[in-house]
Ligand binder design. Structure first.
Ligand code: ATP
Ligand code: MG
Length: 561
């Protein structure tokens, strides 16, 4: 499956229905050309993934194209770093834009010319009210606005002032260029919206060339038009802006794409607003944009989330016209589903307790050949050493077993996966009463973990031989926020989950020593893990992508949550 193919979603939704109708009727000569238009003022997050999958997926399904367009009209908040990350993350998710990488700033000169045309047509004017006055004159939803005293300036005066705005003769805020539409329009967006404002700010691509910058509503529709976009998909909050989108293109008599709005993605236990994400990063609440707890694409990537799982997630949530919040567990489900089929199983112990097998010969090491995947032989197998001293998970032992506890306890027999049956003979404590070691006996006749005589054991435990174990670091993540809807809280920072990151020192079977950054494995019975870039030659660092929850684990009870 090609990457782009994976972006295609089979389900039929209102957007696909509309585009299907347009191609059938020959509108836009049957072409489908979409764009993904991020503003380079932050890192992409899973909400953008929805937009990427939609735009690139549609183009793929209808045999069309998708442009990557940086909507870089606001120079104060944009940076090169963001542009680079957006390209990387979009490509990672499967978006392929070929040569079609565009910048709204490429059109600054054309946008300026179009603005002059609007002035010449009597459809735009330079206003000299200040920001407060403009707000006041705008009216409210129930009260019509008031016309500015500068609204009826002559075309010549407007042209002249606009030229001088561009030449840098005025300070920020002294004048704005506004569309001349209708100060009493029921849609507030249409009450003479600003088209250009003065900002004496350096732009990361155009440098000092400009000191006037076009507004989003003006630049976006023209950019779409210049690129011959057919369907311009945006989120619902732009519904009211569609009238202005259409007005600008009609006023200039330009080629006219169709804007269609869809619902934003919201996800429980996290925030998806760039403003809030920036606060988390800059305030040091997380360790950078790619902190695996963040819903950013680079954070999800670092955590080990495969792009295929994200695409599946986007396909499952679909697109609709009503806002809704998606449960974070759906994302986890998609990750598990993909990783279950795609990752080798290995054994690691996150909270080790020592088990000494008294009747196992001292110094002996046996190698067991273990399959990497119980259902898929193509994964092959590896050799796992077994010896007299092994580690098991502390939670797999209970000195006084509660009801239904089927793992190890005094006098009880369990299976060490693929190795032997062992029975617990003695429990060693330190002076505080903590269990420090278990003394066990094994049954040599149960080699390979098979019952020698038909007797049954209820528990099967994972284990790691101590002498040959690799010591690794495992980072275990929980939701970043304690509440389901942190974005709705007055102070979302007060709802941060203090336990969202727990770091443990774990032991891992030695065959994994050569794992590379980004490689994924399942630690049996614990979860899916991905090698982090903080790993050093002597010490692997793992991120837990998602905890395990499959039938086998449920039966065994979840050991590390
Ligand atoms: P934010 O509110 O987080 O700043 P934004 O909409 O300003 O987001 P842009 O960079 O302008 O971010 O977004 C690029 C594209 O991604 C737009 O088409 C936007 O509609 C879409 N997008 C952004 N956030 C979401 C979301 N949560 N769900 C779906 N699409 C989104
Ligand atoms: Mg935006």
């Amino acid at each position: 499956m090609s990457k782009t193919e994976g972006l295609a979603s089979a389900s039929q939704d209102f957007i696909r229905t509309r585009i299907g109708a347009d191609t059938a009727s020959g509108r836009y000569e049957g072409r489908v050309h979409t764009r993904f238009p991020p503003e380079p003022n932050g890192y992409l997050h899973i909400g953008h993934a929805k937009s990427i999958c939609l735009n690139f997926g549609l183009a793929h399904e209808f045999g069309g194209k998708t442009n990557l367009r940086f909507d870089d009209t606001n120079p104060t908040r944009e940076e090169r770093e963001y542009v680079d990350s957006i390209r990387r993350d979009t490509r990672w998710l499967g978006g392929e834009w070929g040569e079609r990488e565009f910048y709204a700033s490429n059109y600054f000169e054309q946008l300026y010319q179009f603005a002059q045309q609007l002035i010449l047509a009597g459809k735009a004017y330079v206003d000299s009210l200040n920001a407060d006055e403009i707000r006041e004159y705008r009216g409210t939803l129930t009260k019509p606005g008031k016309e500015s005293p500068y609204r009826n300036r002559s075309i010549e005066e407007n042209l002249n002032l606009f030229k001088r705005m561009r030449a840098g003769e005025f300070k920020d805020g002294e004048h704005v260029l506004r569309a001349k539409i209708d100060m009493a329009a029921p849609n507030m967006v249409m009450r003479d919206p600003a088209l250009y404002r003065i900002r004496h700010v350096r732009h990361h691509r155009t440098g000092e060339t400009w000191c006037i910058y076009p507004m989003y509503d003006y630049a976006h529709c023209i950019s779409d038009s210049l690129e011959h976009i057919t369907h311009s998909l945006c989120t619902l909050e732009f519904e009211n802006n569609r009238e202005l989108y259409d007005w600008v293109l009609d006023a200039l008599n330009l080629y006219h794409p169709q804007q269609i709005e869809f619902a934003r993605l919201s996800l429980t236990y996290t925030v998806l607003s760039k403003r809030k994400l920036i606060q988390l990063v800059q305030g040091g609440y997380v360790n950078g944009w790619d902190d695996p707890r963040l819903p950013t694409l680079c954070g999800l990537r670092r955590r080990g989330c495969p792009p295929e799982a994200l695409r599946e997630f986007c396909a499952r949530i679909g697109v609709a016209r009503a806002d809704s919040t998606v449960d974070y567990s759906l994302l986890e489900f998609c990750m598990r589903e993909y990783l279950n089929a795609a990752t080798p199983r290995v054994m690691a112990v996150l909270d080790p307790i020592k088990v000494l097998i008294e009747n196992y010969p001292e110094g002996q090491v046996e190698m067991f050949d273990m399959p990497f995947h119980p259902e898929d032989p193509s994964f092959g197998s590896r050799q796992v050493p077994f010896a007299r001293e092994v580690y098991i998970e502390r939670e797999d032992f209970a000195e006084v077993p509660p009801p239904k506890f089927h793992r190890l306890s005094p006098g009880r027999e369990v299976r060490l996966r693929y190795a032997y049956f062992i029975i617990c003979k003695e429990v060693i404590h330190d002076e505080d009463g903590n269990v420090t070691e278990l003394r066990c006996k094994y049954d040599p006749a149960s080699r390979g973990g098979a019952s020698p005589d038909g007797r049954k054991v209820k528990g099967t435990l994972h284990w790691v031989a101590s002498k040959t174990a690799l010591t690794v670091e495992a980072r275990l993540y929980e939701h970043l926020f304690k509440v389901e809807h942190p974005g709705a809280e007055e102070d979302f920072l007060s709802c941060l989950n203090p336990d969202s990151l727990r770091t443990v020192t774990a032991v891992l079977e030695p065959a994994m020593a050569g794992l590379k950054v980004g490689e994924r494995v399942q630690f049996e019975r614990i979860g899916y893990f991905c090698v982090d870039e903080d790993s050093t030659p002597g010490r692997l660092v793992f991120n837990r992508t998602v905890a395990l929850k499959d039938p086998w684990v449920r039966q065994q009870q979840r050991i590390v949550t």
